[in-house]
Design a protein around this ligand. Structure first.
Ligand SMILES: [Zn+2]
Length: 169
C-alpha cells in the first residue's frame, strides 16, 4: 500500500519533470507512425490496384440497373441540385460554386420565365445559362447565371449576350 502510493507519486513527479520531453516523444512517435501507416496504405492500394479497379467495375456492372434507377430517382427528386451540379461541372469549378439556393433565387427573380425570350418554361425543363459564357471567361457565380428555356439556351450556346442579341444585360 505504502509502496503503491510512493510509486504513484514517483510517476507523477516523473511526468511533471519530463513533461516537455514526453510530449515531444509522443508527438514524434505519432508522426513516425502516421507516415508509416500512410505509406502502408499506399503500397497496399498500389499492389491491389487492378483488383480494386476490376472489383468496382464489376460491382457497377452487376448493379447497373439499380444504380441508374437510383440515380434517376434522386435527380427527379432534386432537380435543382442536378442543375447546380451541371453548372458547376461545366465551369470546372474552383472556388465559386453555384448552389441550389442560387438557382432557386433565379427562379424567383425571373418569376418562372426564360431570361431571354420571357416565355414561361416548363417546371422541370430549363437550363442554367451562364450569361457571359464560361467558354469566354464568364464567372461561375450567381450574378452570371440566369434560367433559360432549353431552346434559348441551345441557340445561345457560347455566344455573348450581345452576339446572341437577346435581352441585353
Ligand atoms: Zn427562352
Amino acid at each position: 500500500m505504502v509502496n503503491a502510493e510512493k510509486e504513484k507519486e514517483y510517476q507523477a513527479a516523473y511526468r511533471l519533470k519530463n513533461a516537455t520531453y514526453l510530449k515531444e516523444y509522443f508527438r514524434a512517435h505519432y508522426q513516425k507512425n502516421k507516415a508509416r501507416k500512410l505509406q502502408e496504405t499506399r503500397e497496399y492500394k498500389n499492389a491491389h490496384r487492378d483488383y480494386y479497379k476490376n472489383y468496382l467495375r464489376q460491382y457497377f456492372l452487376d448493379h447497373k440497373a439499380e444504380h441508374l434507377e437510383r440515380s434517376r430517382k434522386w435527380h427527379q427528386a432534386h432537380p435543382e441540385q442536378k442543375r447546380a451540379r451541371t453548372a458547376n461541372r461545366r465551369a470546372k469549378v474552383t472556388s465559386e460554386v453555384i448552389t441550389k439556393q442560387d438557382i432557386a433565387y433565379c427562379h424567383r427573380k425571373q418569376k418562372g420565365k426564360c431570361y431571354w425570350c420571357s416565355k414561361a418554361y416548363p417546371r422541370r425543363k430549363y437550363h442554367v445559362d451562364h450569361v457571359w459564357p464560361l467558354a469566354k471567361g464568364g464567372a461561375n457565380i450567381r450574378a452570371n447565371i440566369v434560367i433559360a428555356c432549353i431552346p434559348c439556351n441551345l441557340r445561345k450556346g457560347t455566344k455573348t449576350p450581345a452576339e446572341f442579341a437577346g435581352r441585353l444585360i
